[in-house]
Design a protein. Structure first.
Length: 153
């Protein structure tokens, strides 16, 4: 027989007592079924959290893989912007999957070749179209991008 403290008066009483012999406060008893139900609920909750996290992770990874050509496309536009004389007026096209080619790849990185164009102002203020080809490598270790080659004409 174990002893516990009455929540009402603080006196030590038997854990089997239905009522406190001192103040008469009814005592709650934890029974085995109550513990069992609580454990089932906790296990169910942990399982739910785990599966939710796994779903989130796989969705994120999938999106990242699918978006690599798109990221390469916009990254090439960044490099082109740096190359142009009047980058403020540069007019780039929207993403088109046909203009990105996956050239090579392994566990460390993937190389993409972007062939696209940009409309921008030359030094006389006239809009001209520049076609470019940009080879860029996505480094998987730190998700960074490295430009390998940029040709514009
Ligand atoms: Zn009491």
């Amino acid at each position: 027989m174990a002893l516990k403290k009455c929540k009402e008066c603080g006196k030590e009483i038997s854990s089997d007592a239905d009522k406190c012999p001192n103040c008469g406060k009814p005592q709650k008893k934890r029974n085995a079924l109550g513990y069992f139900v609580a454990i089932i609920i906790i296990i169910g909750f942990i399982g739910w959290i785990t599966s939710t996290l796994e779903n989130t992770n796989s969705t994120t990874t999938q999106t990242a893989i699918e978006d690599l050509p798109k990221l390469a496309f916009y990254k090439s536009q960044e490099y082109m912007r740096g190359y142009l004389k009047g980058p403020a007026g540069a007019d780039f096209p929207y993403y088109d999957s046909a203009s990105v080619k996956r050239v090579a790849g392994d566990g460390k990185g993937t190389m993409f070749e972007v062939t696209s164009y940009v409309d921008s102002q030359n030094s006389f203020g006239a809009k001209i179209r520049t076609t470019y080809k940009c080879s860029i490598v996505r480094v998987h270790a730190d998700s960074s991008w490295v430009m390998a080659e940029l040709k514009a004409w």
